[in-house]
Design a protein around this ligand. Structure first.
Ligand code: NDP
Length: 322
């Protein structure tokens, strides 16, 4: 089968299409014919070596398709089922294996492309707004990179929860997208100080929570946007790693809470995985959640997909199509 392999960490050019043996599903695993693989920032961190992995490696965690075969001991999943997962062992490929209990069903009415586009970023937006800082009606939240893959979904889900949503994004086209996804107010943070703008919009009160995926460039400003006892949910580092923090800063800026959550810990139990994915897929099928597929890129052009993502050229989801 064809797969995108990385033999050593590096730039986007290290992503190469190779012929490799199709994996055989082991005990408890299923083999899925991938119809679309989701491109995520975490794939960039693995490619560059920021996150540690053993090389050579087939990149990609997210995807959806049809079950081709199951290994011994698998129950509840059969050949021909339409499924998605955020735990494939290399989804940038024509076929990938995953533990059967990490697969979720894709029902009629939702395409495998939509599932591949929504699962990882949608469940992230879900846990951030439901569990990390559960939004209540009347709360105001700040969503950075509001026109990004996670950002567009976060704006929609936060608004659905009754919160007032302020979104930041780079440039007028992206801020417009943030507003169309439900942000009540948007800030072009490449042009204006988002801290000043948030203070103005909230009349100096600040926001209850900042969902910050940008990291290095926004971290300190995000703390300055919070109301007393507000929460900074730092869930990404698209602009780079945040420098070490003195906890005393949290006292000085208003008895703040700081957390650095990750999806894996919020879908570790199968019931939780099914609940979050079921909500996301269910909302899509009912037309209550829109997944914006920015571009579908042929698998062979995975390097170009990474360049677009890292170059801030995307707004929404990038899919790789084998
Ligand atoms: P996005 O679609 O949000 O793409 C990244 C965006 O970040 C860019 O389009 C850009 O938007 C903004 N950005 C700001 N500064 C930079 C920079 N220096 N370089 C690149 N981009 C920058 O990506 P995803 O939705 O896939 O992921 C967003 C973040 O969320 C990532 O950091 C990812 O690791 C994290 N994440 C974390 C999860 C978790 O559970 N902890 C799960 C899923 C994602 P603009 O031009 O508007 O500034």
């Amino acid at each position: 089968m064809k797969a995108i392999r990385v033999t050593a960490p590096g730039g986007a050019e290290v992503l190469r299409l190779e012929d490799v043996p199709t994996p055989a599903p082991q005990e408890g695993e299923a083999l899925v014919r991938i119809e679309a693989a989701g491109v995520n920032f975490i794939d960039v961190y693995y490619r560059t070596g920021q996150y540690k992995a053993a090389f050579p490696l087939t990149l990609g965690m997210e995807g959806a398709g049809t079950v081709e075969a199951v290994g011994p001991g698998v129950e509840g999943v059969r050949r021909g089922d339409r499924v998605g997962s955020v735990n494939f062992a290399g989804s940038y490929a024509e076929y990938a294996t995953a533990k059967a209990d990490r697969l979720v069903p894709v029902p009629e009415g939702v395409s495998t492309r939509q599932a591949a586009a929504a699962l990882l970023q949608g469940m992230t937006a879900h846990y951030l707004t439901r569990s990390t800082y559960p939004l209540r009606a009347g709360d105001t939240c700040l969503v950075h990179a509001a026109a990004g893959g996670v950002g567009l979904l976060l704006c929609q889900i936060a608004r659905k929860a009754g919160a007032r949503v302020i979104g930041t994004a780079g440039g007028p086209e992206k801020t417009a997208l943030g507003r169309s996804a439900g942000a009540h107010e948007t800030i072009d943070y490449r042009k204006d100080s988002f801290v000043d703008e948030v203070r103005r919009i909230t009349e100096g009160r600040g926001v209850q929570v900042v969902y910050d995926s940008v990291g290095k460039d926004t971290f300190s400003g995000s703390l300055d946007c919070l109301a007393v006892r507000g929460t900074l949910a730092l869930f990404g580092q698209s602009s780079g790693k945040v420098d070490p923090v003195d906890p005393q800063v949290l006292n000085q800026k208003g008895s703040l809470y700081l957390t650095r959550p990750t999806l894996a810990h919020y879908v570790a139990r199968r019931e939780e995985l099914l609940e979050r994915s079921g909500d996301i897929i269910g909302w899509i099928s009912k037309g209550e959640l829109e997944v914006r597929i920015f571009r579908e890129v042929p698998l062979a052009e995975a390097a170009e997909a990474h360049r677009l993502l890292e170059g801030r050229k995307t707004s929404g989801k990038l899919l790789l199509i084998p």
